[in-house]
Design a protein around this ligand. Structure first.
Ligand code: UDP
Length: 314
């Protein structure tokens, strides 16, 4: 099939990662049918694509059966609120999009004979007891905790995906996304990068939760999207971790953001949210060995690029 005739349906296309994914797909010759109900996604993230040949946005909730006219070669299911501030606010919507939404997008892929890519998450590992986390680790998730709407829905989404692969022979791929940052993150997202940047730029105190000893490994969005497309083109249905190896404590990160912004803000300690994972870093050997993927952007460079966005967005 000619490259120019490939057509992708992307759910969550107006989200932070979804919108960057649409950019990359269009740049590599795909036509893109973007699906989003704009619950946490934003039309502004796709404004620059309006009128671009081969791009269409359908305002649609994928928790209801999904109809897309014409051929579809791949279905990329990226719809889901994913910020800890969304968990208490819209937990039912989160469970639904991970379960019913995944079922509907799998149904679309099956009907079209398309390859299916699930955006899963490092949250399937919960508060991990194994470090760093390889794909073979089954996780340590609290099924009834405040994060369970997201964690368990994504675990169910993976189970649904494997069930479709096993029962129908559907070509499926699973991407486990670790912490990702970059332009187009929601300012009110509540996650660490938008919080620290907006606080540092406004001269307000940076809010470090707990003692700030918990770690995350932050991947720049361009690297993540390259990894997602490598997983889509990858050879097998088993999950791939995609994320950065640059593990930092949240206190170190506050100091780095202050330096990058050139801010004199003080650091303030706040209570640690319940079930907040203590450490997180992916083992990405499988992505490196099987897909030849590894991130290219240093934390410092990625943060500088992200700063430009937050400066203009605030
Ligand atoms: N965090 C913080 N201050 C903030 C926001 C978050 O110290 O203003 C911490 C949070 O407790 C967690 C880490 O930063 O340990 C990453 O949080 P985020 O919400 O970005 O993503 P998570 O990895 O928890 O889903």
């Amino acid at each position: 099939m000619a490259v120019s005739s490939r057509r992708a349906a992307v759910s969550g296309a107006a989200g932070f990662i979804g919108s960057h994914l649409c950019d990359r797909l269009l740049d590599s010759g795909y036509e893109v049918v973007a699906l989003d109900n704009l619950l946490t996604g934003s039309r502004a993230n796709l404004e620059h694509l309006a009128g671009r040949p081969g791009f269409v946005l359908l305002e649609q909730d994928v928790c209801a059966p999904v109809t897309v006219e014409g051929p579809v070669d791949c279905v990329l299911h990226f719809a889901s609120p994913a910020s800890p501030v969304d968990f208490p606010a819209i937990p039912i919507e989160i469970v639904k999009v991970g379960t019913l939404g995944t079922h509907n997008m799998l149904g679309l892929a099956l009907a079209k004979g398309a390859r299916f890519l699930l955006a899963s998450t490092s949250e399937v590992y919960g508060d991990p007891l194994v470090h760093p986390q390889p794909e073979s680790y089954h996780g340590n998730v609290n099924p009834i905790g405040p994060r369970s709407c997201y964690d368990e829905a994504k675990r169910c989404a993976e189970a649904f995906t494997m069930a479709y692969h096993r029962a129908h022979g559907l070509e499926t791929r699973i991407l486990r996304i670790f912490n990702t940052y970059g332009p187009r993150m929601r300012l009110d997202d509540g996650r660490v990068i938008p919080n620290y940047f907006s606080q540092a730029l406004r001269g307000e105190p940076l809010t470090v939760y707990g003692e700030g000893t918990q770690t995350r490994s932050l991947c720049y969005v361009d690297d993540l999207v390259a990894g997602a497309l490598a997983v889509l083109d990858g050879p097998d249905p088993l999950p791939f971790n995609i994320g950065s190896q640059d593990e930092v404590t949240m206190l170190e990160l506050a100091r780095i953001v202050k330096r990058v912004v050139g801010s004199a803000s003080e650091i303030q300690f706040r209570p640690l949210p319940e079930d907040d994972p203590k450490q997180r870093r992916p083992d990405t050997s499988r992505a490196r060995e099987v897909l030849g993927w590894s991130p290219r952007t240093s934390l410092e460079d990625g943060l500088r690029r992200t700063l430009e966005y937050f400066r203009s967005a605030l």
